[in-house]
Design a protein around this ligand. Structure first.
Ligand code: SAH
Length: 247
């Protein structure tokens, strides 16, 4: 099977101009050249996050860059039917990497680091860069041609406020807070009035949401949902939401 690699630069979409040559450099090129040791003449599939996949043939390999000729392009949609946005209090280290990888595989459309009262990890620039890399790696592996969007971090105070809930861009979204004791997420999503609605789910840190966070959420129209009888770790809870809601 041909290798699948990501081009950070948008690739030419005008098929009437094909075959067209493109240059790959940076980390992706480095990996192809020095780890996979590709040679001219080999097939390479590229994607640029636009939803399309490009069949190319490598035409030349240099030390830090390689050229490939695009032969054809096709839209290959492997996105979930329902848009699922996860707002999650970031876990630390390996768990964070794992969380992002699994959410990409499970088809989450967007990810928002959530700064909750009991959050343990900072959602700074270093975390964003790391997560971005994981999104690309996971997309290469699982065949997604659209990248899970990494949003800027938001505080629980901001998202559990009325002004957030009532903002025109959020008003139509189904907003749920994962909180033990809520209603079943699967049942909520199956209700006729919720078919096809975008879902935004908030998942708390290991210490859980505080009482005031939960109260603010409920007062702002967030629906508490249960993920079952057992207490799940943050990353398991996020995956569970995605497994139930995305397909
Ligand atoms: N110590 C906390 C549990 C935190 S688990 C407590 O006892 O409340 C981390 C997060 O995962 C929670 O904040 C919640 O958002 C989510 N979560 C874990 N298990 C869940 C369940 N069974 N139902 C709903 N949400 C759950």
């Amino acid at each position: 099977m041909a290798y699948r690699y990501f081009s950070a630069e948008k690739l030419p979409a005008d098929e009437s101009a094909y075959p067209v040559s493109v240059l790959l450099d940076g980390e992706e090129a480095h990996h192809l050249i020095h780890v996979m040791r590709v040679k001219a003449g080999e097939a390479l599939i590229l994607f640029d996050g636009s939803g399309a996949e490009f069949d190319t043939v490598i035409s030349s390999v240099r030390k830090k860059e390689l050229a490939a000729e695009i032969r054809s392009r096709r839209i290959e949609n492997r996105e979930s039917v329902r848009d699922v946005i996860l707002a999650v209090a970031l876990p630390k280290g390996e768990r964070q990497r794992w969380l992002i990888e699994k959410l990409v595989e499970l088809g989450a459309a967007e990810f928002m680091p959530l700064e909750a009262e009991r959050s343990v990890a900072k959602a700074g620039e270093a975390a964003a860069a790391r997560m971005n890399r994981v999104v690309i790696e996971a997309s290469k592996q699982c065949g997604r041609n659209t990248l899970m969007k990494l949003q800027e971090a938001k505080t629980s105070k901001a998202i559990f406020s009325r002004s957030f809930s009532e903002a025109p861009e959020n008003a139509e979204i189904l907003k749920v807070i994962a909180h033990p004791g809520g209603q079943s997420l699967a049942e909520l999503l199956a209700a006729t009035e919720n078919q096809g609605k975008k879902l935004l789910a908030a998942i708390g840190p290991e210490g859980g949401f505080s009482e005031s966070e939960a109260e603010n959420a409920l007062n702002s129209g967030w629906i508490p949902v249960s993920l079952g009888k057992r207490i799940l770790r943050t990353e398991t809870a996020a995956m569970m939401v995605c497994a139930i809601a995305a397909d």
